[in-house]
Design a protein around this ligand. Sequence first.
Ligand SMILES: [Zn+2]
Length: 224
Amino acid sequence: MCPPFLFSKFAGNFDQMVFSSKLIEDAVQEFALLPGIGKKTALRLVLQLLKMDEQDVDAFTTAVGRMRHEVQFCKICHNVADTEVCMICVNRARNSTQVCVVETIRDVIAIESTQQYNGLYHVLGGILSPLDGIGPGQLYINTLHDRVKNNGVEELIMALSPTIEGDTTVYYIARQLKDLPVRITTIARGIAFGGELEYADEMTLARSIAKRLPIENYVNSAGS
Ligand SMILES: [Zn+2]
């Protein structure tokens, strides 16, 4: 049972937190380093941990510690991995002639979660953004070039942000690879499923019309 003094009906009515335990204070400060976690939320999480079984808290800290120390980045696609090469790259059941180019590992997770894609990935680590000082040298474009050149890649599916920077990155990569026999495609951009036409911005609507699909494709994709 949790001691009742861990809770206060006055919670939230203080600006400066004063702790009677340095251990609690340290833990709160560590949680408050995370994005989106203020000190009050951090305190709530720490008090929650204090309520939990010690073994469960050990499992929690071990998982976080091992994740930080042991996760690697795949030397082929730069996705996260537990070994030198990630589970997607070593999976022989996947189509190695198709590579989906994304900005971050979160994009890989999002596409994998659809369970609709069976090719490989290449994580660029961002997109070209001169204003933020991100040039080609900061991204994994050279390794993409090497993969296309040496690994029998037939199609690159560019799944980058629908922004000026995303488009610039697509054009830059296409130019870098123009002498290699690879087909470069982009993911379709258009009206969101469930979205209403009148709320779509002009650019999205214009692209949707320009990249319209035959009805057979529409029926197939809607039915799958
Ligand atoms: Zn990989």
